[in-house]
Design a protein around this ligand. Structure first.
Ligand SMILES: *[C@@H]1O[C@H](CO)[C@@H](O)[C@H](O)[C@H]1NC(C)=O
Length: 178
């Protein structure tokens, strides 16, 4: 289990957008997924703390947090997109799926926490911007899925079922806010 190894460093790098076109190797992929996982977990904590009493000042963090995650996932996806991807060996692909599984679980927790704030958000007229931010990040995650799956053909079925599970939760969240 290598979850959260180097995660904070990875968050900093992803958040700053300095992940360039590095040479294709294992650790940047694993670390990049860990980075967006940690960022999702930290947003989940912020969203869970929203209440009637702080929503006016902090409710917009749902939108800005999703937008920040969108930027991180987009930057990371660019960095793992290759014209001719060189597939990882299976043992590395397995490790990638392991961190992907963790990312999906945390991102689903984030989406469920956001769903739980639906009535607060409607009271403060924030449902439309949240629905918009959710649709944008869902598209970005779809692109991320394609890029990642191209790198791990031996584990593509496992990766695909993770992304499918995430799509189900995205659909629930978007429906709740539409
Ligand atoms: C989004 O990123 C900006 C700029 O780094 C930061 O100031 C803001 O706090 C972030 N929003 C959330 C909810 O993390």
């Amino acid at each position: 289990m290598r979850f959260f190894r180097n995660a904070f460093a990875a968050v900093a790098v992803v958040a700053l957008g300095v992940v360039g076109a590095f040479a294709q190797s294992e650790n940047p992929v694993v670390d990049g997924i860990l980075g967006v996982t940690t960022a999702s977990a930290s947003l989940q904590v912020s969203v869970s703390e929203l209440s009637f009493f702080n929503f006016v000042s902090k409710g917009s963090e749902i939108v800005s947090g999703l937008t920040n995650l969108t930027v991180s996932v987009t930057t990371f996806t660019k960095s793992i997109t290759f014209t001719k991807p060189k597939p990882f060996e299976n043992h590395i692909a397995e490790e990638v799926v392991e961190v992907l599984t963790e990312f999906v679980a945390i991102h689903q927790a984030l989406l469920r926490t956001i769903i739980g704030k639906k009535s607060l958000a409607s009271r403060f007229f924030l449902t439309a911007p949240i629905a918009h931010a959710l649709r944008i990040i869902e598209n970005v995650v779809d692109t991320f899925a394609l890029a990642l799956i191209a790198l791990i053909p031996t584990q593509s079925n496992s990766a695909r079922s993770q992304f499918e599970a995430l799509t189900v939760t995205f659909t629930e969240a978007i429906k709740a806010y539409s």
